[in-house]
Write a protein that binds this ligand. Structure first.
Ligand SMILES: Nc1ncnc2c1ncn2[C@@H]1O[C@H](COP(=O)(O)OP(=O)(O)OP(=O)(O)O)[C@@H](O)[C@H]1O
Length: 614
């Protein structure tokens, strides 16, 4: 009994003693959590069990070792102490950053190095860099995602120019192409020329002008391919005027040496139209330009040349005659434009063109350092592309290399021959796809084989009261005359234009169409190229053109300078040769519908000369 009582009191004493020694409940766990947070969790590793030693497996951890440690050092292990503001080792990075900033913001640190160890200015720049968060190493620059239109010219990057060219469908070939023009005011054109551009009402450059003008200003040869009515004339005219503006005026002393620049065009009408456009720019600048085309008396033309001319616009046949007769020389001509060069070749003018180009001075011809095919020439020696000046004379028009340019809406391979012979490493500028019809023209095709039905259908179309002017294309002069009579008999004001008419009649017809006296023009391909009659609403191919290039130019008489237009083509089985190309062209036009009669026509299934079922 006594023993039981004493046992109980012992137990009570032990409980009160242990309550005195043990810490607050939960304190040990809290300490453990903090330890784990800073020192890491102490993982109890079990030794790997060796399965092949089955008999003696000691499955215990080192912490379970209760054997006595005799070394004092290990007997009194130190626990890591937590201090500071709860950071590891008391290190507070934020406080350190604050200190560092304070140090750099004061000038005291500069004094430390002002003994010549480190130049003060360089040190200040380096410190500013350190303070600038954007300059910290490893920090990526923020992506500038503004569009080119929101940027200043100086901010334009390589990528912006690429997007700009894509936006305007500009593609280029040949090394070192200068950047295109975004706005007239940003171009490097002289102020008097910018004033004229403003006066003629060209608010913004057209795509071909954007790219061809800066290249032209570099004295570089150019092949420019852009759709009909896209302003190609101004794109060769403007650099030409800049070139002439740097030369002495044409006076009695130098006029016998001929013009400074020459523009060749395949047809009289086109030459006269280029003259018209050229005069707009030349007159305010005080330059004289003369057009020399067939159909006018040579005496009259030599009379026009009596005061000399800075620019001559000519058809190849007439110019060759004048050169032959020594009425004109080209001794100081260093700028040549071949407008619609492909048509000149088609019309058999290649020998005349060669004759004329061979009559130009040779002392300022660009050296032909790269032989071989055109692609080689294009990518080849670029040194001369930049060279503006010829070694030799230091004044006058022949101090610069001759510049030769070609422009057209279509550039078939035949033109490459001419280009290879006379152009040196040309820059090739293509707007859209070469030879493609203008996107603003809706192309319609109607399969009609019978001549009487064609006439009837034409009348049906005219009776719809379509807004004039209207141009009807035929393939033969006699059909042009008979169709004109037929339409006139129906009471429409109609005129005609073809190679069988006198020059005066041709010019009168065009003027009547332009001034609205006549509503309809029946023409052959003489009017197919370059003729710029404002607001032609409809082109009818009463006869389909013999090739797709002529078709492209014909329908390009409408839908000019961004306006819209319609082209209706009467297609007959006899036009089989051109059906495949026509089908491709219409299929590419987003606003035109390909009729099933053409799409499924046997002749439209394969290119002429390719056999479908080989
Ligand atoms: N930057 C411009 N802004 C507005 N109109 C322009 C601009 N450049 C040219 N034009 C006008 O566009 C029309 C077509 O120009 P142009 O005759 O030079 O075209 P083109 O490309 O030579 O056509 P084609 O291939 O049929 O000969 C003209 O009436 C011209 O005055």
């Amino acid at each position: 009994m006594t023993r039981t009582r004493s046992n109980r009191s012992d137990a009570r004493n032990r409980r009160s003693l242990s309550a005195e020694r043990s810490p607050q409940p939960g304190a040990e766990e809290e300490l453990q959590v903090i330890r784990e947070r800073y020192i890491g969790v102490e993982k109890k590793k079990r030794p790997p069990r060796r399965l092949n030693e089955r008999k003696f497996v000691f499955d215990w951890a080192t912490t379970e070792d209760t054997s006595q440690e005799y070394n004092d050092l290990y007997q009194q292990r130190m626990q890591p102490t937590l201090f500071g503001r709860g950071h590891v080792g008391g290190i507070d990075p934020r406080a350190q950053e604050k200190e560092r900033r304070k140090f750099f913001q004061s000038d005291s640190h500069l004094d430390d190095f002002s003994d010549g160890d480190r130049p003060v200015a360089a040190a200040a720049t380096a410190d500013a860099k350190l303070l600038d968060p954007r300059a910290r190493p490893g920090r990526k620059p923020r992506w500038d995602d503004r569009r080119w239109s929101e940027k200043e010219l100086s901010e334009m990057q390589e990528r912006d120019w690429r997007i700009f060219k894509e936006d305007f469908n500009i593609s280029t070939k040949g090394g070192r192409i200068p950047n295109p023009i975004r706005h007239w005011k940003e171009s490097s054109l002289p102020a008097p020329i910018l004033d004229i551009i403003h006066q003629v009402g060209y608010l913004e450059p057209t795509p071909i002008q954007r790219q061809a003008i800066p290249i032209g200003l570099q004295n570089r040869d150019i092949i420019g391919i852009a759709e009909t009515g896209s302003g190609k004339t101004a794109s060769f005219l403007i650099p030409m005027l800049v070139y002439i503006s740097g030369l002495p005026p044409i006076t009695a002393e130098n006029m016998a040496n001929g013009p400074y620049a020459l523009i060749l065009a395949p047809t009289r009408e086109l030459a006269q139209q280029i003259e018209h456009e050229t005069i707009k720019f030349c007159q305010p600048l005080g330059y004289h330009c003369v057009s020399l085309v067939g159909g006018h008396a040579m005496e009259e033309q030599s009379f026009n040349l009596r005061n000399g001319a800075a620019i001559i616009i000519a058809t190849p046949g007439r110019l060759k005659d004048l050169l032959d007769r020594r009425i004109l020389v080209l001794t100081q001509c260093a700028y040549v434009v071949m407008d619609e060069a492909d048509r000149m070749i088609d019309m058999g003018f290649e020998p005349d063109v060669n004759y004329i180009l061979d009559a130009l001075p040779v002392s300022n011809k660009k050296p032909d350092t790269v032989a071989g095919d055109m692609d080689n020439e294009l990518d080849g020696d670029e040194e001369h592309d930049q060279a503006m000046l010829v070694d030799g004379p230091t004044t006058g028009p022949l101090t610069r290399y001759r510049q030769t340019t070609m422009f057209s809406a279509t550039m078939p391979t035949a033109v490459e021959r001419l280009a290879q012979k006379y152009l040196r490493r040309p820059a090739v500028v293509t707007i859209g796809t070469a030879g493609q019809a203008v996107e603003t023209v809706e192309q319609r095709v109607e399969m009609i084989n019978d001549e009487t039905r064609k006439r009837q259908r034409l009348l049906d179309i005219l009776r719809r009261g379509i807004e004039p002017p209207i141009i009807v294309f035929v393939n033969q002069k006699k059909i042009a005359d008979s169709l004109t009579r037929f339409i006139r008999a129906e009471g429409y004001p109609v005129t005609t234009l073809h190679g069988g008419k006198s020059q005066d009649q041709r010019e009168a017809s065009l003027t009547q169409l332009k001034d609205g006296t006549m509503e309809i023009l029946v023409a052959t391909d003489v009017a197919g190229r370059g003729i710029d009659v404002k607001d032609v609403s409809l082109v009818v191919n009463f006869d389909m053109a013999k090739n797709i290039e002529d078709y492209t130019h014909r329908i390009g008489r409408t839908g000019r300078a961004g306006k819209s237009g319609v082209a209706i083509t009467f297609l007959a089985n006899s036009d089989a040769d051109v059906m495949f190309d026509l089908k491709q062209m219409i299929a590419k036009s987003s606003i035109s519908r390909l009729p099933p009669e053409l799409a499924n026509h046997e002749a439209a299934q394969a290119q002429k000369g390719n056999f479908k079922n080989i």
